[in-house]
Design a protein around this ligand. Structure first.
Ligand SMILES: [Fe+2]
Length: 629
C-alpha cells in the first residue's frame, strides 16, 4: 500500500506542475507571473513578491451530489464530500402535480456515516398514512432531501426520483433543478432545467410537444410562436415524472396595460443559522421573496447581485452557492422569470497569501472567472457587449481573450412599455485593487469603457423606440451610497484617484468622473431613464438626484455635470444579507424611507404612471409607497 502511495505522489505533483505550466497570465494584469516552480506570484510596489493560490473549497456542487444505488428497502446515497460525514440527511416526498408550488415535505432523517453514505428506508418510512403522493400504488416517486453537516450547517437541498423494480427500489433519472422560465418575450420563452443524468425529456404545452433531440443533463428549450400576454400550461416529462406548471408571455411591445415587477438584491447568508444560511445563500428571505412575488402577480423579478457569499476560487463551490439560491426560489421560478445581475460577491478568483482573500478575478477566464460562472449558471439575454477587448487600454487590440466575457452579465430586456438595462459594476473585479493596485484589475463600482459605450448605444435605441416609455437601469453598486459603502461604490469618500488599472497603467478617468458619465447618459441623453435600481448596501432607501443634490467632494477641480432632469436612485439590498445602517454623506438630506428591514420593491406600471410599493417579505408589512412617475 505504501509503495503505491509513493508511486502516485510524484505523478500527482507532475500533473499539478503541468497544469501550472499551461497557465497563461492575461496581459491586462500587472506584476503577475508564474515562477520557476509553477507558482503564480505577484509583486507589490516595493518589489516584494507573494504567492497567489486557489482557495480550497469547503463544499462543492459535485461533492454534495450523490451517487445513488437501489436496495429492496430503500435508496443508498453516497456523498463524496468528506465534510458531510457525521451530518444528516432529512427527506420527504415532493408532491408534484398536487401542489401549485411543490416542495419536499421533509419528514424523516438519516445519518451520513463515516464513509459518506446515507440509507433512506423508503419502504419503512413512507408507508401507508405517510405516502401522500401514492408512490406505493404508482410504483414511482420523487423525494427531496436536505443535507446538514455535523455542525448543523445546511449545505444543500437535492432531489431523487425512484421506482419499484421487482423486489427492489431503484434510482431513476431526476429533474434536479427546474423547470425555470427565462427570456420571456411577447411570443417566446425559454424553459430550462437540469437532470441527474443525460436523458431525453419532453415538454408538453397547450399547443405542442417537444422532445429533446439528444440525451443531456442541461436542457434549454426555446418555445416559439406563442401568443402575447397569454398563460400557457406546460409539463416537463422526465422518466415517469410529470412536472406541470404555467408561464405567461409578455404583452406585445408597447402595450400599456398595467403590470407589476419586483426588484431586490443582496441575499448572501445572514446570521442566526437555519435557512438564513443554506451554504452561502439566505434561502429564508429568498423563499419569502419568491412567494410574495407570485402572490403580487409580478410579471418578473429582477435581482441584481450578491446572490450568495462567493469570494471563492473553485468554480464548483460558487456553483453550489448559486444553486442554493436557485433552489430557494425554484417553486416560484416555475411560473415567472428571475432575471439575475452580477455583484461583487459573485467573485471567483485568485487569493493572495498576504490576506488569504480573493484579490483578482479568476483565469483562465473561460473556466475560472465569476463572469463565466454567471453565464453557465443562468439563462440570461446575450445582447450585451462582448468584453473590454479593443477598449483604448487593451494591450492586444484586435485579439480577443484579454478580458472576461460580458455575456449574460450585461444585457437588456423589455416588458410592455418598460426596458430594463442590467449593468455589471463588478466586471473583471479585483477585490484587492483599492488597497494595492499592483496586480491591476477593475474597481468595485466602475463601469469600464466598452460597457459604458454599449449603455450609450442601448439608451439611444430605447430613446427612439416608441414602444418604450420607461427605462430602468439596474446595477449592483449605487452611484450615491447611503449605508455601508461610503468608502466605495461610486464615491470612495470623494477620492477620484480610485480607478481600474490595466496592463500596468491606471485608466484615464477616475471613479467620480465615471459616475458623472453614467449620470450624464441617463439624465441628459435620455428622457426615459427613471433611475437606478441598486443594491450592495443591505438596506432599503430612495432618493431623487437632481441638479441641487450635493455630489462633489470639497476642492473638486474637474468638470461638473449639469443634470437637466432628476433621476431616482432606489437601493434595495435588503434580501437577507447582514444589514448596514445609514451613513452621513453629502446628499443625505435627499434620502427617504431608509430601513434595514428585509424588503421587496414592487413597481406597479400603468401606462405612463409608475407607483413603487415596498413590502417586507418576512412580515408582509408595507414599508413604503410613492409615485415614481
Ligand atoms: Fe455587494
Amino acid at each position: 500500500m505504501l509503495q503505491i502511495k509513493h508511486l502516485l505522489f510524484p505523478a500527482f505533483v507532475l500533473k499539478a506542475c503541468l497544469l501550472w505550466a499551461q497557465l497563461a497570465v492575461p496581459a491586462v494584469y500587472g506584476n503577475l507571473f508564474v515562477d520557476s516552480t509553477g507558482v503564480l506570484r505577484g509583486k507589490d510596489a516595493a518589489g516584494n513578491t507573494f504567492g497567489l493560490y486557489r482557495k480550497e473549497a469547503l463544499f462543492t456542487l459535485s461533492g454534495v451530489t450523490p451517487k445513488v444505488s437501489g436496495d429492496p428497502n430503500g435508496l443508498r446515497l453516497h456523498f463524496a464530500s468528506k465534510k458531510l460525514r457525521g451530518g444528516q440527511l432529512t427527506y420527504g416526498l415532493i408532491p408534484y402535480g398536487q401542489h401549485t408550488y411543490p416542495t419536499a415535505v421533509l419528514r424523516f432523517t438519516a445519518s451520513i456515516d463515516s464513509l459518506g453514505n446515507a440509507f433512506l428506508a423508503l419502504r419503512k418510512d413512507l408507508t401507508d398514512g405517510l405516502d401522500h403522493t401514492g408512490w406505493k400504488k404508482s410504483g414511482f416517486g420523487t423525494i427531496g432531501y436536505r443535507l446538514t453537516d455535523a455542525e448543523g450547517l445546511m449545505v444543500y437541498e437535492g432531489k431523487q426520483a425512484f421506482a419499484v423494480a421487482g423486489s427492489n427500489l431503484e434510482p431513476r433519472p431526476t429533474v434536479v433543478r427546474g423547470p425555470f422560465v427565462s427570456l420571456q418575450t411577447h411570443n417566446s420563452v425559454v424553459l430550462w432545467y437540469h437532470t441527474s443524468s443525460p436523458v431525453q425529456t419532453r415538454i408538453q404545452t397547450n399547443l405542442t410537444a417537444e422532445f429533446s433531440k439528444q440525451p443531456t443533463k442541461r436542457h434549454v428549450v426555446e418555445l416559439l410562436d406563442l401568443q402575447p400576454n397569454t398563460a400557457y400550461n406546460y409539463t416537463v416529462e422526465c422518466d415517469s415524472a410529470r412536472l406541470s406548471f404555467r408561464f405567461r408571455t409578455a404583452p406585445v411591445p408597447g402595450n400599456r396595460e398595467p403590470f407589476t415587477f419586483a426588484y431586490a438584491s443582496d441575499s448572501r447568508s445572514g446570521y442566526g443559522g437555519g435557512e438564513r444560511n443554506v451554504y452561502g445563500a439566505n434561502a429564508q428571505i429568498m423563499q419569502r421573496i419568491g412567494a410574495l412575488s407570485c402572490h403580487e402577480k409580478a410579471a418578473f423579478v429582477q435581482f441584481t447581485g450578491d446572490l450568495a457569499n462567493g469570494y471563492v476560487s473553485d468554480p464548483d463551490e460558487l456553483r453550489l452557492q448559486l444553486t442554493n439560491w436557485i433552489h430557494a426560489v425554484e417553486p416560484y421560478w416555475h411560473y415567472l422569470p428571475f432575471n439575475v445581475g452580477m455583484g461583487n460577491h459573485e467573485s471567483l478568483g485568485w487569493a493572495s497569501e498576504l490576506n488569504n482573500w480573493v484579490v483578482i478575478d479568476g483565469f483562465p477566464y473561460e473556466t475560472h472567472s465569476g463572469e463565466a460562472l454567471i453565464a453557465e449558471t443562468f439563462v440570461n439575454p446575450t445582447n450585451g457587449p462582448v468584453s473590454e477587448d479593443d477598449a483604448p487600454y487593451d494591450p492586444n487590440p484586435g485579439i480577443p481573450g484579454d478580458f472576461p466575457t460580458y455575456s449574460e452579465n450585461v444585457f437588456y430586456y423589455t416588458y410592455g412599455n418598460v426596458a430594463m438595462v442590467v449593468l455589471n459594476t463588478d466586471y473583471w473585479y479585483a477585490p484587492g485593487l483599492k488597497r494595492n493596485p499592483s496586480l491591476n484589475g477593475n474597481l468595485h463600482g466602475y463601469i469600464m469603457d466598452a460597457q459604458l459605450q454599449w449603455l450609450k448605444t442601448t439608451l439611444a435605441m430605447f430613446e427612439n423606440d416608441p414602444n418604450i416609455d420607461h427605462v430602468f437601469i439596474t446595477l449592483h453598486t449605487p452611484p450615491f451610497p447611503n449605508g455601508g459603502h461610503r468608502h466605495d461604490c461610486m464615491w470612495y469618500d470623494g477620492d477620484n484617484t480610485n480607478r481600474p488599472w490595466v496592463a500596468g497603467k491606471p485608466v484615464d478617468q477616475g471613479i467620480l468622473e465615471r459616475r458623472d458619465a453614467l449620470l450624464d447618459l441617463c439624465a441628459n441623453r435620455s428622457s426615459k431613464v427613471i433611475g437606478f435600481l441598486c443594491g450592495d448596501e443591505h438596506n432599503y432607501n430612495r432618493m431623487v438626484v437632481d441638479e441641487n443634490t450635493p455630489r462633489y467632494p470639497v476642492g473638486w477641480d474637474k468638470p461638473r455635470v449639469v443634470l437637466k432632469r432628476p433621476l431616482w436612485q432606489i437601493i434595495n439590498g435588503a434580501a437577507g444579507a447582514p444589514f448596514y445602517g445609514q451613513q452621513k454623506l453629502p446628499w443625505s438630506a435627499s434620502v427617504e424611507g431608509f430601513t434595514v428591514q428585509n424588503a421587496l420593491c414592487l413597481f406597479d406600471v400603468t401606462g405612463k404612471k409608475i407607483v413603487l410599493r415596498v413590502i417586507n417579505p418576512d412580515t408582509l408589512e408595507e414599508i413604503d409607497r410613492t409615485t415614481i412617475r
